[in-house]
Design a protein around this ligand. Sequence first.
Ligand code: S3P
Length: 429
Amino acid sequence: MELIINPVKKLRGEISVPGDKSISHRAVMLGALAQGTTEVENFLMGEDCLATVGCFKAMGVKIAGLDGEKLTIEGVGLEGLKESADILDAGNSGTTTRLLLGILAGQPFSSILTGDDSLKGRPMARVTKPLTEMGAKFIGRDNNNLLPLAVRGGKLKAIEFYSQVASAQVKSAVLLAGLFAEGETSVTEPTVSRDHTERMLKALGAEVVREGTTVKLKGRPELKGRKIQVPGDISSAAFLIVAAAILPGSDIIIKGVGINPTRDGILDVMNNMGARVEIQNFREQNGEPVADVRVQGGSLQGTEISGSLIPRLIDEIPVLAVAAACAKGTTIIKDAAELKVKESNRIAVVARELGKFGVKIEERSDGMIIEGGNSLKGCRCQSFGDHRIAMAAAVAGLVAEGQTIVEGAEAIPVSYPGFADALKLLGVE
Ligand code: S3P
């Protein structure tokens, strides 16, 4: 499917973005493992989260409300999941796969998990290794690194795990397996990754303690279902934030965005680049900070994006590269080798696709260097099946001269159903 983008002068208006993808996945998983009912408001009805719903339904969990925005999950408790009669399909979703592997590791039954072509190429040894150490058994290609994976869960033992990568998916897989182990499971990461799993586990009654970059969880807690209100996804808001910031004369307000400090790196970067971004109406919703974000257009300067900032904005790098292309001067992005194992190789794909707009961009093994300030030319570009590449290209198209055609736009509803309508609402024709 093609998305046709015509340039626009400015964006104007008030809007909200769909629910946070990471939090929506966790609401289904933890709601299923809790006792009693969990009601999830503003659940993201995107394809990734629906893949998680499908997997839990296949394991006997009753989930209702898929026709609206409120989901109801009848929790089955830590012992209540049933062996699925069929292969579990995670679609395009790395979060579904890695977090689910942690849960399946603790089940007294066998499961087989697969996904689409992109997911079948993404590394899973980062979770199957620690889960094997805890006592689960896996069979899969490339030494249990690639889907499809067969899992034989069982009695797990708690471990102290030191992760090589700052990955919330790895941390969460081990913590979720730790729910089924006696004693304390701990995960230490090089820098802190998104902490939604920890926050939600606590909200449902688990004992979770953070000490620096280490998180500790006491096994076999009694989780209690509750109401969960999912904040708007800052990773979806990111496309609108950048679009408004690079179009002078823009003035938009995005309501109810989750600004968890492990996720809000984009706000720091926009600030460093000189963008006019304001946080209004700060509040807290079920242990997650939320605010309205106002963005006004203006001129941007190049910046450096590196170090502990990277996990706080890893999913925003494709669209931050568009901001960098529109900024005066050079932007250096480094320490971001993880980009190579996302839904596409986001270093190679961002460099190639932005190159088509005429952006001067140099690919590096752990990031990219972007020379900003030249005008962009509309072009025909490809998503490579990656939702965030498709939307970043669309944002570039808004400031380019002439029309842009984004091929592979059917990937967008993976995380942002209604993206094209959101642009229309803000004035894109
Ligand atoms: C996610 C963690 C991040 C992120 C992904 C969602 C999560 O991946 O890129 O989109 O929900 O835990 P990694 O943990 O692999 O960095």
